[in-house]
Design a protein around this ligand. Structure first.
Ligand code: ZN
Length: 204
């Protein structure tokens, strides 16, 4: 399955904004992950060899289908190289490498989301090695589904097949080789991944 643009919203759960020392935004903070960083319905997360501190961020992904309506959703991991991101933030530089490396957006398979109202108070959770790390409810989002979709459609050239990642609740943290990551969107989807780290290429 081809994923085109991945529009992400930062700091959409107040408790996560606080844990990274960020202010709660007054309008959506949108950034991009490359569509080609998505891996759909794989059970492996492959981390690039150069990455040192890759954090999990579990999020609900909305998929824009025909007529740019949301009719499907999925679990997504907005993987983030936190060290690279912190350095970029400090220097006032873009976050692209921290958010858009190869494999930075693992996605589960898709489930139907025809009536958005049915999904406005569901839990989203993530476990690492059976330890609950992240937990939130979609009702805690600062900007709700319609607001986010409207905002992104207003300002950006959205396409059919694009994803919107709706933000992560608190509890983000680093992944290690061999970790088993399980994510759940209440009543719809669970997905499990095993973390692998690429070996550094040897020089000829
Ligand atoms: Zn995120």
């Amino acid at each position: 399955m081809m994923i085109r643009n991945i529009w992400c919203v930062g700091r959409n759960y107040a408790d996560h904004a606080k844990e990274l020392g960020n202010e709660v935004p007054s309008k959506p903070l949108i950034f991009l992950k490359a569509g080609s960083s998505a891996t759909v319905n794989s059970n492996i997360i492959e981390i690039p060899y150069w990455a040192e501190e890759v954090h999990h961020e579990v999020e609900l992904a909305l998929k824009l289908s025909s007529h740019l309506h949301v009719i499907e959703g999925a679990l997504a991991l907005d993987l983030t190289e936190r060290k690279v991101q912190a350095e970029a933030k400090k220097a006032g530089l873009p976050w692209t490498l921290a958010k858009s490396f190869d494999g930075a957006c693992p996605i589960s398979s898709f489930f139907m989301m025809k009536k958005l109202d049915d999904f406005k108070d569901r839990s989203i959770k993530l476990w690492v090695n059976d330890e609950l790390k992240q937990e939130g409810r979609t009702s805690q989002m600062i900007f709700g589904f319609e607001q986010l979709v409207d905002h992104i459609k207003t300002y950006f050239p959205v396409c059919q097949g694009d994803l919107i990642l709706t933000g992560t609740p608190a509890g983000v943290g680093p992944l290690r080789a061999g970790d088993i990551v399980r994510a759940e969107f209440e009543g719809e989807m669970t997905h499990t991944w095993k973390v692998q780290w690429q070996k550094k290429p040897t020089e000829e």
